[in-house]
Design a protein around this ligand. Structure first.
Ligand code: ZN
Length: 457
């Protein structure tokens, strides 16, 4: 039912391309390299820690925000001279001792009640872990030859981290041998942070859109020339933990039980890029806990192994919510990346994606410096043009639980952005041209030339 709902939702929102019915035409079965089948069953859940607050704290500028994040405040909103977010009760004192003024605090339970959201009742359209997997299985089953489903690895709780590869055959890339050209790819990674459920729904919708429109000439050409890997949720334990008992828990981290009894590591502070620096907490009770070492977590290890094994990925989007931003590295340093050329590509890409989505373009660290970030690592380690998108419903805000309508609202612009980026996956540096030509433009030109030649004969 949910799958149908999502499809219906997609059919009604599909942006620039006419939606087509799902084709089950069987072509050569593709397999995603290094992927295995069948996600691992879910583990038992331990109790959600109590004593966390939603707070509003006076603070100005990126340096102070970074300091608060280091103490362990999980910053969700930046407004005027304040930030709002989640903090564990033990760390509230530390915030005050550090000289910050806490303007407002309320228990997360009360804050949650005031927001009036509840996953099972109002937000049925969202997919929990099992539902995500059955949606992905359905997509793979209904698109044999265009989709391959597998797991990239397992979470600390033993859940499979699903990856779906979307691809159409192309003789240019399908030949074997050491010199065969490798088909470029883009990757969409969702839900590093547990409670950002829309950050899984949007990439799921993108996958669904591409597959249900794979016979559309533009989408077909793109999928013949660019593979798309979608990892909708790299934090499945945290995501399940966040909705345990039928209400939301504002859970951000993974759900690994730490030796000291605390739970969870902030996966997006756990990558080996500026790890251990500002904007992440060394304190295991903090929502921004960076972990005992870089890549200490099975989830971040899984993501690392996936990208280490897929050097053909040139562009990546990491989805978060709910700021309404498109951001490029660095997040972990105030400085710029050292390659001036790459920086120009990032800036162009970010501003174009911002136009398509309606979000604000910026360098990640402009908001505040936060170290151990996934996109920083992916660019530093593999030169992937990796962007962070902070999804937001129209008009902004909406909190971490923006309700059922938000998914449909967010999807069209974000689908357009992915389709646009696919057009440059073979060579992102083409974005530096005065009038950048996408893969579709190049294919069209080539076809016209062939036609001219044929006429001349
Ligand atoms: Zn996030």
């Amino acid at each position: 039912m949910r799958f149908l709902l999502s499809l219906l939702c997609l059919l009604s929102v599909s942006p620039s391309f006419a939606a087509k019915t799902v084709s089950t035409k069987a072509v050569a079965q593709i397999t995603a390299r290094g992927l295995t089948d069948a996600p691992v069953p879910a583990p038992e859940m331990s109790a959600i820690p109590e004593g966390r607050y939603w707070v509003v704290v006076r603070c100005s500028g990126p340096a102070e925000r970074s300091r608060l994040a280091e103490i362990g405040l999980d910053i969700a909103e930046i407004k005027g001279g304040t930030v709002a977010g989640v903090i564990s009760s033990g760390l509230l004192e530390v915030v005050e001792r550090a000289g910050f003024k806490v303007q407002f605090k309320t228990s997360l339970e009360k804050y949650n009640a005031s927001m009036g959201r509840d996953f099972p009742q109002q937000d049925q359209i969202y997919h929990n872990y099992d539902e995500q997997n059955s949606m992905l299985k359905d997509l793979a089953k209904q698109n044999v030859g265009a989709a391959a489903l597998g797991t990239a690895g397992a979470s600390s709780g033993g859940r499979g981290i699903a990856v779906i590869k979307i691809s159409l055959p192309n003789p240019k890339y399908d030949s074997r041998g050491p010199d065969a050209p490798k088909k470029p790819a883009i990757a969409l990674v969702g839900q590093h942070h547990a409670r950002e459920h829309v950050s899984a729904e949007v990439p799921l919708n993108v996958a669904s859109f591409l597959l249900s429109n794979k016979d559309n000439p533009k989408i077909k050409t793109l999928l013949e020339n660019v593979d798309v890997y979608v990892l909708p949720s790299v934090n499945p334990d945290g995501a399940e933990y966040d909705i345990v008992g039928g209400s939301y828990h504002y859970w951000r981290k993974n759900a690994r039980k730490l030796p000291d009894g605390n739970i969870g590591v902030d996966l997006n502070r756990n990558y080996d890029s500026f790890w251990g620096g500002p904007g992440a907490s060394p304190n295991p009770s903090a929502d921004t806990y960076r972990g005992p070492s870089a890549f200490s977590e099975p989830e971040s290890q899984t993501v690392k192994a996936f990208f280490d094994g897929h050097p053909e990925v040139t562009i990546c989007i990491s989805y978060h919510s709910y700021g309404g931003d498109v951001m490029y590295p660095w997040g972990g340093s105030e400085g710029d990346i050292s390659s001036a050329k790459d920086l120009q590509v990032f800036k162009k890409m970010t501003s174009d994606v911002a136009k398509l989505t309606g979000y604000r373009p910026s360098k990640s660290s402009e908001m505040y410096v936060a170290t151990g970030d996934f996109t920083d690592w992916l660019y530093a380690a593999h030169n992937v043009f990796a962007l962070t998108i902070e999804l937001s419903p129209k008009g902004g805000g909406g909190g971490f639980y923006p309700g059922a309508d938000a998914i449909g609202q967010m999807s069209p612009g974000n689908i357009d952005a992915v389709v646009y980026l696919m057009g440059f996956a073979d060579n992102p540096y083409r974005l530096l041209d005065k009038e950048p030509k996408s893969l579709l433009d190049l294919q069209k030109e080539a076809a016209e030339k062939t036609a001219e030649k044929a006429e001349a004969k």
